[in-house]
Design a protein around this ligand. Structure first.
Ligand SMILES: *Cc1c(COP(=O)(O)O)cnc(C)c1O
Length: 425
């Protein structure tokens, strides 16, 4: 029995499903998770000493690759100065200033400890600002595990706020309305049916939690226009896309400005960090400035800020970082597309910048229902084959893969070769 199996057996005795976050359990690919011991650059190593080319990057944060020297150095220095004070620090000011500088729609920002917390707080702020309760979200978009956002809304329950998890009272989700991604009409209909009650529309500007689903031309601008016309806030959940597609995230990449933005993942450089921010007039309502309460014992933690700040500074000051990364990823995904096409594998490869995903389906995937038509057993075979060949992809059809600044041409090539052997099996 391998060491990962042994650890997993132990873990399952004392942790639900043996993990601290569900997708890590490898359930949807029917395998034992690899227990990871260390990582550097574009490689991770498991407890058996096996090395993999990593396309998860901790689900996005490691955009510079693992163990970037600038980030490590900042963390070590901060740790020596003190792990936590529960008091104001200079790093928090520098972090807030840098975020405001990089993302023009943000005039004020509050740091929290996860993407979930960022979304929960942004929604509270939107409700506080508008004095309205209802929120429109999209089927297939994930906004963390806060009660109000756990509405999966499969077909048939599309417009009713039915909880997608046990333990969530219907009362918590009755104000959550679910629209169809890339379908402006579905938003307009919900809005008309709930006139005068909508506080905000929240969207992943690139859907990255139902696999990768790109916004169709005009979709994001259409949401902006609807919010302006009808009087509601537009919240971009940029927990994945923030600092990933461009220095100013998907909002910069697509040229549409939200009222509020949530961040996570990259913003912490691998440490647990989230943030929400937006227009001054809205963020001024947050405590202690205003009546919208939100707090955190470890928020703005010095070590976490040091990691995030070091990573964001690298992203900001490296000339052409995003052009180089996006070009490298584009070329990788185009070659991948060619291999799948040549082998006549039914597929839809969606990608933008360094985010991408292969769906094994005949359909163009433009929303959650399209994504659901993909063949899970084919994905499972694909995942296994790649893992056996030293390539660590997302252990689920409905997750993105991430190309980082540390992926080398040789490793991308090796990855494509492994795909070729899979499709030609
Ligand atoms: C990961 C994610 C979240 C939740 O962030 P956590 O840090 O896991 O709480 C929220 N929204 C989106 C778009 C995400 O990808």
């Amino acid at each position: 029995m391998g060491k990962s199996q042994e650890l997993f057996d132990r873990a399952c005795q004392c942790m639900p499903g043996g993990v601290n976050s569900p997708v890590r359990a490898f359930g949807s690919v029917g395998m034992t998770p690899r227990f990871i011991k260390s990582a550097s650059g574009d490689r991770i190593r498991d407890v058996e000493g096996k090395e993999y080319i990593d396309y998860i990057g901790s689900w996005g944060p490691m955009i510079l690759g693992h163990g970037h020297p600038a980030v490590l150095e900042a963390v070590e220095k901060a740790a020596r100065d003190g792990l936590s004070f529960g008091a104001a620090t200079q790093r928090e000011v520098e972090m807030a200033e840098l975020i405001c500088e990089m993302v023009p729609s943000i005039e004020m920002v509050r740091m929290v400890n996860s993407g979930t917390e960022a979304v929960m707080s942004a929604i509270r702020t939107a409700r506080g600002y508008t004095g309205k309760d209802k929120i429109i979200k999209f089927a297939g978009c994930y906004h963390g595990h806060t009660d109000t956002m756990l509405v999966q809304a499969g077909s048939g329950i599309l417009t009713q706020g039915i909880p997608g998890s046990a333990g969530v009272p219907v009362g918590c989700t009755k104000d959550t309305l679910t629209a169809t991604y890339n379908d402006l009409k579905s938003v307009e209909e919900l809005w008309n049916a709930n006139a005068g009650q909508i506080a905000a529309v929240i969207v992943e500007p690139v859907g990255a939690n139902m696999g990768v689903v790109l916004p169709e031309p005009g979709f994001l601008q259409g949401l902006r226009d609807l919010c302006d016309e009808k009087g509601g806030l537009l919240i971009f959940d940029e927990v994945i896309t923030g600092f990933r597609l461009a220095p100013d995230g998907a909002q910069g990449y697509y040229g549409v400005q939200p009222d509020l933005t949530t961040f996570g993942k990259i913003i912490g450089g691998g440490m647990p960090v989230g943030a929400y921010g937006g227009r001054r007039e809205i963020m001024s309502l947050v405590a202690p400035c205003g009546p919208v309460y939100q707090a955190g014992t470890l928020s703005g933690n010095p070590v976490a800020m040091a990691a995030g700040l070091a990573q964001l500074k690298m992203l900001q000051k490296t000339p052409d970082f995003y052009r180089t990364l996006n070009d490298k990823a584009d070329s990788f995904f185009e070659k991948l597309e060619q291999i799948l096409e040549d082998a006549v594998v039914p597929h839809c490869l969606n990608h933008v910048g360094s985010l991408g995903c292969v769906f094994f389906t005949n359909r163009d995937v433009k929303n959650a229902a399209d994504a659901q038509t993909s063949d899970p057993s084919r994905y499972q075979d694909y995942f296994r084959h790649m893992l056996d060949n030293g390539i660590y992809l997302a252990p689920s059809q409905f997750e993105a893969i991430f190309v980082s600044g540390a992926h080398t041409d040789e490793d991308l090539e090796q990855t494509l070769n492994a795909v070729s052997t899979f499709v030609n099996l």
